[in-house]
Design a protein around this ligand. Structure first.
Ligand code: ADP
Ligand code: ADP
Ligand code: MG
Length: 658
């Protein structure tokens, strides 16, 4: 028996909040840790005690083992829950806890070390007879060997970081001659993200589903599986929607996969909560992908269909208790679906976004659960993950769960920075998803950002109208009066699109006119905070709005979210001409600078690699020219929109000569 009364949660955000809740319910004292950027965070205020563990950058705080162990000692915590991400899969951290007499709430450092390396794990699984994806997991990292092995495996091939996680360090290669370039790029990402450039190769299983099994084991050696989760809806190899049970799963396959997962866990003497991930091919054959030796982001869907609290189980197992249930006592009932709300710009390719949370409202209602760690007024910084919250629904059937989730998403308000909310709503209506037929490439195949742009998304006419009214109120309209009606012109911009409106007011009705859209008659019925109650062309509806200090307005009409800006008529219509100079598209750290002053660059050449929220973004030259100025250095932290590199294009050069 391990005795502990006080638990330190070595994490932040929604998962820290989630763990604190159950720990408190079970009567434990809780200690939160936080970085300087997180002083005001929700997990800090919820815990009984909180302690600052360092600067905002993760290696100075949430990844700083010394600092976290010292925090535990200082607050008399006897156990540490690592959450997911950060140090949760660090064998070294688990070992340091073991050595310091702290209970690490998770498996042994040995099990983490084996499963933490995809190559080592494959060897172990091979011995345990768990089916593997055909691939190369030999010791060589030599390019020639990798080329030969990839050619043998047959394309498409997945290049993967052995130490990888979160979908990073993965490349799909479709042709032999592209292999080495992708190997090099995966290596660089792996080294910088995971501190190891070790790679492995796997055959790419096409048209596959990602189905994973939740396992649990106790210190006495009992192990069970708690059903499966389908996580096939992914972007950039990372999950966006997860559900349990998997659509079209049958009892036989569930049992076969469950037993394989338990076998995998037993092979490493696993203790606690773990997830064994598989790819399931069209013919129902399944292959081991990896084991995540921690609580998973998507654990709530399993909780909803089993009626269990997995954090409760984790704490019991860590304290030395036996598993509360045996395999035949575990029952699955109903259907649960989770969506991950990310701060990201979907249109530009899911690029993480930072910014101030100006309006955050969570949905309530039957069958709805929200796991989040954000508060109004919080700054979303570039230091951490872009996942802000999870919305989870439960229903008697899959259709009911989807319906409830759609409603809950519509009721969710997140204004002040771009999020994937409208995109998630679209996914819930996707016919392939609705039919339960999505494979892991579905989002990429159907929603490539290029396609989105070609469609030229423009917000609904009523959104423009609301923006026109609210933005003209704030700038002190200079209107004119004829026949007793006050009217004034407004020029608005949404991304690259500009429109001119005439807004007129007659009594409490605003009339918004533009040559291209139907005239919108709007009455503002009530206004409370950022919440508006409206009547638009006779129909009552609601909208949430927020204004920032640059006088940009964010509007959420439940289905759509858009940001508008008001332009003055003296500004020339800039129909988004592409500048030659490079500015930071998001705030973050400069990971690499590929050019120097005087270099000639061609359109499309790689110039700068920017890291934000753990994602690497390659910034390329938009035009051909000569680099005239490099403003940044490697490792420098930059804010969004700061200049990075200036280029003199050939045209400009000509001008200056003349
Ligand atoms: P899972 O396999 O559990 O679905 P992923 O691998 O997609 O999870 O994502 C887990 C990732 O979440 C980790 O790689 C980690 O970087 C990131 N992460 C860590 N801590 C947090 C947090 N508190 N909030 C959001 N994301 C986090
Ligand atoms: P991570 O540790 O980053 O989560 P995984 O090995 O779990 O890496 O893979 C993440 C995702 O990448 C999978 O869910 C799947 O969509 C895709 N993937 C990984 N390996 C393969 C493969 N061999 N064939 C097809 N897709 C794969
Ligand atoms: Mg994975």
């Amino acid at each position: 028996m391990n005795h502990f009364n006080t638990i330190l949660i070595a994490n932040r955000g929604e998962i820290a909040v989630r763990v604190i809740k159950t720990a408190k319910d079970m009567g434990y004292e809780t200690v939160a840790v936080f970085s300087e950027a997180d002083r005001e965070a929700l997990h800090v205020s919820l815990a009984d005690t909180a302690i600052c563990i360092g600067e905002s950058a993760v290696d100075k705080s949430y990844l700083n083992i010394d600092s976290i162990i010292a925090a535990a000692q200082q607050t008399n915590a006897q156990a540490i829950h690592p959450g997911y991400g950060f140090l949760s899969e660090s064998a070294e951290f688990a070992k340091r806890c073991e050595e310091s007499g702290l209970v690490f709430i998770g498996p042994t450092s040995h099990a983490i070390a084996v499963m933490g390396n995809k190559t080592v794990a494959r060897h172990k699984m091979m011995d345990a007879d768990v089916p593997l994806v055909p691939g190369y997991d030999g010791p060589s990292e030599d390019d020639r060997v990798l080329q030969k092995e990839a050619d043998r495996i047959g394309y498409p091939v997945m290049v993967k970081a052995a130490a990888g996680g979160g979908g990073r360090g993965i490349r799909i290669v479709r042709e032999s001659k592209k292999l080495i370039a992708e190997v090099e790029s995966a290596r660089a990402e792996a080294l910088s993200s995971f501190g190891s450039s070790e790679l492995l190769l796997e055959k790419c299983i096409e048209q596959a589903r990602h189905i994973e099994i939740q396992v649990f084991a106790d210190q006495a050696g009992n192990a069970v599986y708690l059903g499966e989760r389908d996580c096939s809806m992914q972007r950039r190899n990372q999950k966006v929607i997860e559900e349990a049970p998997a659509p079209k799963m049958d009892e036989v396959l569930r049992q076969r996969m469950g037993e394989a997962a338990v076998k995998a866990a037993k092979a490493v003497n696993y203790v606690g909560a773990g997830t064994v991930e598989f790819l399931v091919a069209k013919d129902q054959s399944f292959y081991f992908l990896e084991m995540n030796t921690r609580l998973q982001v998507e654990h709530p869907v399993t909780e909803l269909i089993t009626g269990l609290d997995l954090v409760d189980w984790q704490l019991r197992v860590a304290a030395g208790e036996d598993l509360p249930l045996k395999q035949d006592e575990i029952q699955l009932k109903g259907h649960a679906i989770e969506v991950r709300l990310y701060a990201e710009d979907v249109e530009s390719g899911f690029i993480p976004q930072t910014g101030l949370v100006r309006n955050w409202e969570t949905p309530t209602g039957k069958g709805i659960r929200v796991d989040n760690g954000i508060v109004n007024g919080q700054m979303i910084t570039p230091y951490y993950d872009s996942m802000l919250a999870k919305l989870i629904s439960y229903g008697g059937t899959r259709d009911e769960a989807i319906r409830r989730l759609r409603r809950a998403l519509k009721d969710t308000v997140l204004l002040g920075l771009s999020s994937n909310k409208p995109f998630l709503l679209g996914l819930l209506d996707d016919p392939t998803f609705a039919a339960g037929n999505a494979t892991t490439r579905h989002i990429e195949e159907q929603y490539l950002p290029e396609k989105e742009n070609q469609g030229g998304y423009s917000p609904m006419e009523s959104m423009w109208a609301i923006a026109a009214i609210l933005l003209s109120r704030t700038k002190g309209a200079t209107g004119w009066r004829s026949t007793g009606i006050l009217s004034w012109p407004v020029r608005l911009k949404f991304h690259g699109e500009q429109r001119d409106f005439v807004v007129s007011q007659d009594g409490d009705t605003y009339r918004v006119e533009n040559d291209d859209i139907e005239t919108q008659n709007v009455i503002i019925l009530a206004e409370k905070g950022g919440q508006l109650s409206l009547q638009i062309n006779g129909v009552h509806s609601g909208a949430n709005v927020a204004l920032d200090e640059r006088q940009h307005i964010y509007i959420d009409n439940r289905s759509e979210v858009a940001m508008f800006e008001r332009l003055s008529f003296s500004e020339k219509r800039d129909d988004e001409e592409l500048g030659a100079n490079l500015v930071a598209p998001m705030s973050g750290r400069i990971a690499d600078v590929k050019v120097e002053t005087g270099d000639t660059v061609n359109k499309g050449d790689l110039m700068v690699v920017l890291e934000s929220m753990k994602m690497f973004q390659e910034l390329t030259a938009q035009q051909t020219g000569v680099v005239s100025e490099v403003y940044v250095k490697v490792n420098q932290q930059v804010e969004v929109n700061v200049p990075l590199i200036d280029i003199i294009t050939n045209e400009q050069g000509e001008h200056e000569k003349n």
